[in-house]
Write a protein of this length. Structure first.
Length: 401
């Protein structure tokens, strides 16, 4: 079991790094928006750069995983992702900001698929549940990135802040480098099998559930600071706290995700979480007080935390196709919403106001997620019991070190 522990720790650090990068950017969006004199719609256009870089890379990475190890892709994409953050501070206009976000989006997309495929491979090989806890690492990274961003907003320039974050995250990557899992779950597929896997698609209900979960998360991460600062009159530090407390709540609920599923059922966690998100989001957006919105964001984070990892695990346990294909197919849809929803909100906000735009998009997403979790998705109970040591599978050698 020591090999599994080492692999899990290495992957946890990678999930942490992934969460910390863009959450460090989110609290500084108002500062960059002000410094470059961008309108809501112009900022929305720049945010499309993340989607433009990420979504095609999600699909490309699924193909690369047939020839290149998940470990190698994790290393390369994490290095580019962390090292590229200071380029945002160097952007001089809308064009250079958008191009920088395209690069970061591409690195993010590759890292998302590679790390989730590696995690699902360990789950399948060792017959344990790991993904909610690993996504807890992602959420903790979001919490640390957002919290540092909120503190830095009042004392450090964007360039100083991002330079410090990059230095820390490169150290995290150095710790993870030799611990990343060596197993490659997608080896040994025949040509005919791969052809059938290319045609595999998750159920429409699971796609809708994942899409709405990540749309809600993306709207809050990218726009909550702007909403608190611009429309509700909060200070820069308080505005940055919106992302921080949302991330803290997600971290807590993901850390407890395995236990919640064991004590209840996957369906209970999914439906209860979706209901909490729907009620809290609507209550927070339909009133003018920043402190009430901050409280609502705590509840939204608690409800939203386990939902996307649960969707990925459900998809993986209902098929034997390569895990890169499973992850890419579901994540591509989810991240299309996660990355494309915030720019759309910026466009709508220019005409109707930001709070109305978030109410329309976020409220619709939350309600849809609740409905499909009840009547559409067939939830399965994850296997959460560790196998005896004698039955633990041996190391599966990497295709590429």
């Amino acid at each position: 079991m020591s090999a599994l522990v080492s692999h899990r720790r290495g992957l946890w650090l990678v999930f942490f790094l992934n969460g910390a990068v863009l959450s460090s950017w989110a609290p500084r969006i108002p500062a960059v928006k002000e410094e470059l004199a961008l309108s809501d719609s112009a900022l929305g256009l720049a945010l499309w750069g993340i989607a433009l870089g990420s979504v095609p890379t999600l699909l490309l990475t699924a193909r690369l995983l047939r020839r290149v190890s998940a470990r190698t892709l994790c290393r390369v994409s994490a290095l580019v992702f962390a090292a590229g953050l200071p380029l945002i501070a160097a952007a001089e206009n809308l064009v250079t900001l958008t191009l920088t976000l395209v690069l970061l989006g591409a690195a993010s997309g590759m890292l998302d698929i590679a790390m989730n495929a590696a995690a699902l491979g360990l789950e399948r090989a060792w017959q344990v549940t790991l993904l909610p806890g690993l996504h807890g690492g992602y959420s903790l990274g979001m919490l640390c990135g957002a919290g540092m961003g909120a503190l830095a907003a009042g004392s450090l320039s964007v360039a100083e802040h991002f330079g410090l974050v990059t230095a820390v995250l490169l150290g995290v990557l150095a710790l993870a480098w030799s611990r990343l899992a060596m197993a490659d779950p997608d080896t040994g597929q025949s040509t005919s099998s791969l052809d059938s896997h290319r045609r595999w698609r998750p159920s429409w209900a699971l796609v809708a559930f994942a899409l709405c979960a990540l749309l809600t998360e993306g709207l809050i991460i990218d726009w909550s600071a702007v909403l608190l600062r611009q429309e509700l009159g909060a200070t820069a530090t308080v505005a940055g706290l919106g992302v921080t407390i949302f991330s803290a709540a997600m971290t807590l609920s993901r850390a407890l995700g395995n236990k919640l599923v064991t004590l209840t059922t996957p369906a209970g966690v999914a439906r209860g979480g979706a209901a909490m998100v729907t009620v809290a989001l609507l209550a927070g957006l339909l009133q003018p007080h920043p402190e009430v919105l901050l409280g609502a964001l705590v509840l939204v984070g608690l409800g939203c935390g386990p939902l996307f990892p649960l969707a990925i695990s459900t998809a993986a346990r209902n098929t034997t196709v390569p895990l890169g294909t499973v992850t890419a197919s579901l994540t591509a849809w989810g991240y299309l919403a996660y990355l494309g929803g915030p720019p759309l909100a910026g466009t709508v906000a220019d005409h109707l106001g930001l709070s109305t735009a978030l109410l329309i998009l976020g409220g619709t997403a939350a309600a849809t997620m609740l409905v499909v979790s009840i009547v559409g998705v067939s939830w399965t109970t994850p296997h959460t019991t560790n196998p005896p040591e004698s039955t633990v599978p041996p190391e599966i050698p990497d295709r590429e070190n």
